[in-house]
Design a protein around this ligand. Structure first.
Ligand SMILES: Cc1cc2nc3c(=O)[nH]c(=O)nc-3n(C[C@H](O)[C@H](O)[C@H](O)COP(=O)(O)OP(=O)(O)OC[C@H]3O[C@@H](n4cnc5c(N)ncnc54)[C@H](O)[C@@H]3O)c2cc1C
Length: 442
């Protein structure tokens, strides 16, 4: 992989733009705002560090290793390299999670600020405790419930693990948990987010599902266009909800179907009328020809001039007959083709509408809110970042338990913090309800 591509991938996995610093980085390194050269050097060092770390997150990335990777003259500013390394470590972009340290845990934190209490042993609390521990703090996690995990909980059902909380790591290409999955060497399982649709205990026909999905995608695209072209507000100035957005687009589709249906029958009617006209002309021609032939028999050979004139009439009528016959055949073909793809009066059958609602239900699940309360322009499905969705075979709780065990973290379960007093020389917990027998001494 060439360096540019490797930098792009590493920055994307770290949730950073590869070709420009973020506001946080400008705040840390103000000099890169004014100098183009400093900016380029900074990005080169930062992206190289990310690339090195992500290529092997089982081992600590040390400053000398980073310096060695940089080609001269970009390795000459030792201070900048150290600062970038410190910044990335501090922000959990490198040397994060469970990795083998070669430099050891720092021991230079003053005793007065060394003790840290993290409240809550959910993903956030455990991650914070993990980072703080690796910076050299003494961390105690206080958890109100009888087990860690918070909104993550995996339960064992027979041989299977069932997640009753968070289960999926989405957008794995830029999800911080991907590094932990690698470090803890748990088994990731790629999941297809497309949930099969059931109706009355049976799979919905794949073709039907595809067509409903296409309508849903078309609605989403229309909403996207509408909201990009103008703000969608009601008369009272409030933003139109996503629910109303879908309803409006569906109404338009419904209206379009009725127009198409009307046009279809109008066209069919016009062609049928045309065919009838040709048919009537054919009938008339035949009568004229029959009548003229009868006259020919009647006059015999008595009047050659009249005979010639009648024959001429017959030949002109015959030509007209043939022309009309061809046109009538053309009409038949047109009618046959139109009938092959008749237009429907309804855009969606009521039962299909039920399935369509399933997609709206999925959006509500992704937003965690009813679509009446979501602004029309919000498209959670579209703003999804790239990368597969992963689950872990061992269960997400198992992953958190291994994190806690690997750093031997001090977790006090069944302790609910009720009040915190912030003072100049630290923080005091005035009251902690103790649900279990162990007593805290803060
Ligand atoms: C059903 C469900 C499915 C989900 N699915 C996904 C998914 O597939 N993918 C995804 O990325 N996210 C998902 N999420 C969201 C994800 O679970 C949360 O974003 C994440 O777990 C939040 O972690 P947290 O540490 O911030 O908070 P929490 O997990 O809520 O942890 C907070 C912890 O603090 C403790 N606590 C609170 N107050 C006190 C106190 N006063 N004293 C002591 N302890 C206290 C709580 O007991 C809890 O253990 C899902 C959530 C739910 C509910």
């Amino acid at each position: 992989m060439n360096n540019l591509l490797a930098f792009r991938v590493a920055a994307e996995r770290s949730r950073l733009p590869y070709d420009r610093p973020t506001d946080v980085e400008y705040a840390f390194f103000p000099e890169i705002r004014t100098s183009r050269h400093a900016n380029t050097v900074f990005l080169l060092i930062r992206n190289t560090a990310l690339k090195l770390w992500l290529s092997n997150p089982l081992y600590e990335l040390e400053i000398p290793e980073l310096r060695r990777e940089l080609a001269p003259p970009f390795n000459s500013d030792s201070q900048l390299i150290e600062n970038v390394h410190n910044y990335l470590s501090r922000y959990g972009l490198i040397n994060v999670g469970i990795f083998k340290r070669s430099t050891g845990i720092p021991r230079n934190i003053p005793e007065s600020v060394k003790s840290v209490v993290v409240i809550g042993a959910g993903v956030a609390g455990i991650s914070a405790a993990l980072q703080l521990t690796s910076f050299g703090f003494d961390v105690t996690i206080i958890e109100g419930r009888e087990e860690i995990g918070g909104r993550v909980r995996s339960i064992h059902v027979g041989n299977q693990i069932m997640e009753i909380g968070a289960d999926t790591f989405r957008s794995s290409r830029s999800n911080a948990m991907t590094v932990l999955i690698q470090q803890l060497q748990v088994t990731p399982i790629s999941v297809d987010e497309k949930t099969p649709m059931y109706a009355d205990g049976k799979f919905v026909d794949v073709l039907r599902d595809k067509m409903i999905n296409a309508t849903y995608t078309a609605c989403r695209d229309s909403i996207d266009v509408l909201t990009h072209n103008a703000e969608q507000r009601q008369e009272n100035g409030l933003y139109i909800s996503r629910q109303r957005g879908f309803e409006n687009v569906l109404n338009l589709i419904e209206r379009e179907s009725i127009i198409k249906y009307y046009n279809f029958w109008k066209i069919l009617n016009d062609i049928t009328e045309k065919r009838e006209n040709h048919y009537q002309t054919l009938k008339m021609c035949r009568e004229i020809i029959n009548m003229n032939e009868k006259r020919l028999t009647e006059i015999g050979s008595s009047d050659p001039l009249l005979r010639r004139s009648i024959r001429h009439d017959i030949s002109v009528t015959l030509k007209k007959f043939e022309e009309n016959f061809e046109k009538m055949e053309e009409c038949e073909v047109e009618i046959h083709n139109a009938r092959k793809a008749p237009s429907s009066k309804q855009a969606m059958h009521p039962s299909d509408f039920r399935y369509f609602n399933f997609y709206l239900g999925h959006e509500e699940f992704v937003f965690g809110a009813p679509l009446e309360q979501v602004q029309m322009s919000c498209d959670a499905v579209k703003s999804k970042l790239p990368g597969a969705s992963l689950r872990v075979k061992e269960g997400v709780s198992g992953l958190l338990e291994r994190l806690v065990e690997s750093r031997n973290m001090d977790v006090r379960l069944n302790h609910r913090v009720q009040n915190i007093n912030y003072e100049d020389n630290g923080v005091k917990f005035e009251q902690i309800s103790v649900f279990a027998h162990c007593q805290l001494e803060y």
